[in-house]
Design a protein around this ligand. Structure first.
Ligand code: CA
Length: 235
């Protein structure tokens, strides 16, 4: 990924030395990394932090990695999951994949191997999230991103190229917080985000008027207080 939106990884690993090593490797690789030491905390951290990727040990005290994975999938979290395991036990891995794991690494592995796998997962996230040219939104609203048009209530509203770019950026980072700085750097291509500007907020207001079923109660472009915005389409 060439843009600036922070890529967050949660590591659930009870071996402290390994956990610290994983965190350092991830930080070094440009990720934002958090570490917790057991399954219960891991599940809670997925709920509260909504990381983009979970690096999940299978053998954990209290609640196993497999149980954590099943619980979070049952709760609807589509977070990508990279299993790390000491056991190259085929049965265990099979259960892991059946429960919705995306990839695995067998211990011991090098920081470079970990980073390569994590990067690969993020590339897949980006590809999955690439917006289609025609968006079908709640309330019968259609957005034609190629022609920059919004069709709603029998009307055709034009989108500005900037609004189209913001929309695509938000959708590409769906379910993740996009800060004003991210938008200024990646959509406006400012060299520095250290500018006093309400530009972003004003554009968001304009965009909501066109794409939100109820612009007064935005549900698609959510405000994340103190942070920025998040695109979310409920299933
Ligand atoms: Ca363990």
């Amino acid at each position: 990924m060439s843009d600036q939106a922070q890529r967050t990884v949660l590591v659930v690993e009870d071996e402290e030395a390994l956990a610290v090593g994983l965190r350092d490797a991830l930080l070094h690789g440009g990720f934002e990394a958090t570490v917790v030491g057991d399954g219960v905390q891991g599940l809670e951290a997925v709920r509260t932090q909504q990381p983009d990727l979970l690096v999940l040990d299978l053998m954990l005290p209290g609640m196993s990695g497999l149980e954590v994975l099943k619980a979070l999938r049952a709760e609807g979290f589509r977070t990508r999951v990279l299993i790390v395991t000491a056991l190259a036990d085929e049965e265990d891995l099979l259960r892991g994949f059946q429960a919705g794991a995306d990839d695995y690494l067998t211990k011991p592995f090098s920081p470079r191997e970990l980073l390569a796998r994590v990067e690969a997962q993020f590339r897949r996230v980006e590809m999955d999230a690439a917006p289609p040219e025609m968006l079908q939104l709640p309330g019968g609203i259609e957005v034609d991103l190629a022609r920059l048009e919004v069709h709603r209530d029998g009307q055709v509203l034009p989108l500005t190229p900037r609004e189209g770019d913001i929309l695509k950026y938000l959708i590409r980072h769906r379910d993740r917080v996009v800060t004003r700085d991210d938008l200024l750097l990646d959509v406006w291509h400012y060299q520095s985000a250290n500018v006093e500007t309400r530009t972003v907020d004003i554009h968001i207001v304009g965009l909501r008027r066109k794409v939100e079923p109820d612009p007064a109660q935005p549900s698609l472009i959510q405000t994340v207080r103190g942070k920025g915005y998040r695109w979310h389409e409920s299933a």
